[in-house]
Design a protein around this ligand. Structure first.
Ligand code: BES
Ligand code: MN
Ligand code: ZN
Length: 497
């Protein structure tokens, strides 16, 4: 496995070995600290020759001249330095990681002529480096394979900045966020033969070490609670289902909690309504919602968030089998409402129906946000640039959308309403689990809404953003960890005392 780089912070001083990375602003040039790394003055010429304009993320990479103690000198552009939003510092870290490649000794001279790189920004650069550096190579047994950087020696990366002590402190906090995102990515990337419901629950239970209260409901307990909607999905698998209830109580004891609920289908074959073979392997990631909730709980606990937060994940495997649920079966959910299962491949909503009801019933939360790789239709509507947002509450929607803009885990609100709701009516039961070909993501949301009463609620359909979304500056992995930074931001901005 590629070990994660060792990050440290130091004062600005010309590095004496390895690779030096300096920043260049558009119309701003290089800082004095950057120039001090380049006594031979090779960068200005290299800028000319390569027509480098310091555009954000662009770079010039030169072999250090003969007398220099360095191996390489890299300038990375930041664009107009004055207008760098928070997400730019994450992306900048990602761009830097991309440039230094496999170098083992790296110094990043985090300084610009017209903008002081503060401790928060320096720490965020480091966080961006770590996110970019992640690769899922647990099962690569050969070193330095062409398909992935595997090497046993960790890189040492020093971030040089004006206030290294404060930057180190800021990094200690943001590192929790990084670890939460990487936990989510790991869970999603892990194949289903390794990560079943029981194994996932065990991973979530590890959060106890951070002070999270974790309860794991077994099949028997869920049966007693009447969760027949969830259990119907699980019954075709030899692996028993689990529901994990995580609680982080960092807020005032009397404060109602906020709640996050995740779809955790460890593998979705479609069941008896079986999926086609092509691409079915992607369905190992059908627990991206549950992974995001677990990653989020990690982040909140790691930074001791001053909030009361509940995280609930429904873990099942959807398999075809002699005991599997059939199309036409009718199940009674925990809410008492009956569901006619038209298509066993519309299983995520069946899992969430009971998870949402249970959460609302037990915790009376301030709001519920559920995350799910719920429909292929959301990709038809939005591609992978935005996750779908469905909600019964404008304030919650606006807050989520704003958090999405800041973190660049973006959301687009979709319509809901009675016209769509009636599409899941059926004469055989209270509702059916599919609404036909049209508006597939919306009818799925309408289905979920029938299990939340009047509690402020939002459903994030992350089918297009949690898995196989395009590589970005801070993610090169199939699993993005989508939702962790978004929801951490939501809690941070609005729900901490
Ligand atoms: N897990 C899938 C949705 C999905 C598809 C997620 C592709 C990620 C990538 C979900 O359980 C599903 O199968 N949905 C069906 C619903 C249909 C049967 C109403 C779909 O989208 O086709
Ligand atoms: Mn399905
Ligand atoms: Zn599914």
């Amino acid at each position: 496995m590629t070990p994660r780089p060792i990050i440290s912070f130091a004062r600005l001083a010309p590095p004496k070995k390895g690779v030096a990375v300096v920043l260049a602003g558009d119309g701003d040039g290089l800082s004095e600290a950057a120039k001090a790394c380049d006594p031979g003055n090779v960068l200005p010429r290299a800028f000319d020759v390569s027509e480098f304009k310091a555009k954000f993320g662009s770079a010039v990479d030169v072999i250090a001249p003969e007398k220099s103690p360095l191996d390489r000198l890299i300038a990375v552009g930041v664009g107009k330095a004055a207008s760098l939003a928070e997400t730019c510092w994450w992306r900048l870290g990602g761009s830097i990681a991309a440039q230094v490649k496999k170098a083992k000794e790296v110094a990043v001279v985090a300084e610009l002529p017209s903008v002081t790189v503060g401790p928060g920004e320096a720490a965020t650069i480091a966080a961006g480096i770590l996110l970019r550096n992640y690769s899922f190579d647990t099962y690569k047994t050969k070193k330095d394979d062409a398909n992935g950087a595997t090497s046993d020696k960790p890189a040492r990366i020093v971030i040089q900045c004006a206030n290294p002590t404060a930057a180190k402190r800021a990094f200690a906090e943001v590192e929790g966020t990084v670890n939460g995102v990487l936990l989510a990515r790991d869970l999603v990337n892990e194949p289903a033969n390794i990560l079943g419901p029981v194994e996932f629950a065990a991973k979530a239970s590890e959060l106890k070490a951070l002070g999270v209260t974790v309860e794991v409901l077994t099949e028997k307990e869920m049966r007693k609670l009447g969760m027949n909607s969830l259990l119907g999905v699980a019954q075709g698998s030899v692996r028993p289902p689990r529901m994990v209830v995580m609680q982080w109580n960092g807020g005032k004891p009397k404060d109602k909690p906020v709640a996050f609920i995740g779809k955790g289908v460890v593998f979705d074959t479609g069941g008896i309504s079986i999926k086609q073979a092509a691409g079915m392997e992607d369905m190992k990631g059908d627990m991206g919602g549950a992974a995001a909730v677990t990653g989020l709980m990690h982040v909140l606990a790691a930074r001791k968030a001053k909030a009361n937060v509940v995280g609930i994940i429904g873990l099942v495997e959807n398999m075809p089998d002699g005991n599997a649920q059939r199309p036409g079966d009718i199940v009674t959910s925990m809410s008492g409402q009956t569901i006619e299962v038209i298509n066993t491949d519309a299983e995520g909503r069946l899992v969430l129906a009971d998870a949402l009801w249970y959460c609302n019933d037990r915790f009376q939360p301030k709001f519920m946000v559920n995350l799910a790789t719920l429909t292929g239709a959301i990709m038809v509507a939005l591609g992978n640039a935005y996750a779908g947002l469905f909600s019964n509450n404008d304030e919650l929607s606006e807050r989520l959308t704003a958090a999405g803009q800041v973190t660049q885990e973006r959301l687009w609100r979709m319509p809901m309403g009675a016209e769509y709701d009636k599409m899941i009516d059926t004469k055989n039961a209270d509702m059916k689990n599919t609404g036909g070909r049209h508006a597939g993501s919306i009818t799925a949301a309408q289905f979920l809404q029938r299990f939340v009463k009047d509690t402020p609620w939002a459903h994030l359909d992350i089918a297009g953003t949690a898995i196989s979304s395009p590589a970005t500056e801070i993610n090169q992995s199939w699993a993005s960890g989508f939702g962790v930074r978004l929801l951490d931001r939501l809690v941070r901005d609005h729900y901490e005392s």
